[in-house]
Design a protein around this ligand. Structure first.
Ligand SMILES: [Ca+2]
Ligand SMILES: [Ca+2]
Length: 152
């Protein structure tokens, strides 16, 4: 499973001409939390898919701090690890945004990346750290994401 995923990731990256990034998948917590492809995006309060699940949804959520959708209340500006177990094809990339309503800088998580176990490594396209700063997300096609916006 893991080898296949890595191979697919490498192929996808090679296809668009990017260098293969140094991904850190030696993450016991996130590996254990991996549910298989179930169509959802997840986020956790702490690193390595720990500290409490902030939300799970197959849909979009325009505000992680409101009272509706897959992410609510204290989920806003709290995520330190995220996971994309969505089905591959079409809008299979999750774009996470600095502001609500899919605005401000963003970072894109491909399904082949599986998860980011430590968001302090990543920055939104506007330069802000992604750790404790996500306020909305939506599913997009890979082509909707700028070349430098993919997180790992
Ligand atoms: Ca919400
Ligand atoms: Ca956090």
């Amino acid at each position: 499973m893991r080898k296949m995923t890595l191979a697919l990731t490498t192929l996808a990256l090679a296809a668009v001409g990017f260098a293969v990034p140094a991904t850190a998948h030696a993450s016991a917590g996130c590996n254990a939390a991996w549910p298989g492809r179930d169509g959802n995006v997840r986020a956790w309060k702490d690193w390595d898919c720990a500290g409490g699940l902030l939300g799970v949804t197959a849909g979009n959520d325009s505000n992680w701090s409101d009272g509706s959708g897959g992410f609510q209340g204290s989920a806003g500006n709290a995520a330190s690890s995220v996971m994309n177990s969505g089905y591959v094809g079409g809008k299979d990339v999750v774009a996470f945004y600095y502001f609500s309503n899919y605005s401000g800088g963003y970072g894109c998580l491909k399904p082949g990346e599986l998860y980011v176990d430590d968001l302090t490594r990543d920055h939104f396209t506007d330069g802000h750290s992604m750790n404790d700063n996500i306020l909305s997300h939506q599913w997009v096609t890979e082509s909707a994401c700028a070349a430098g916006s993919f997180i790992s």
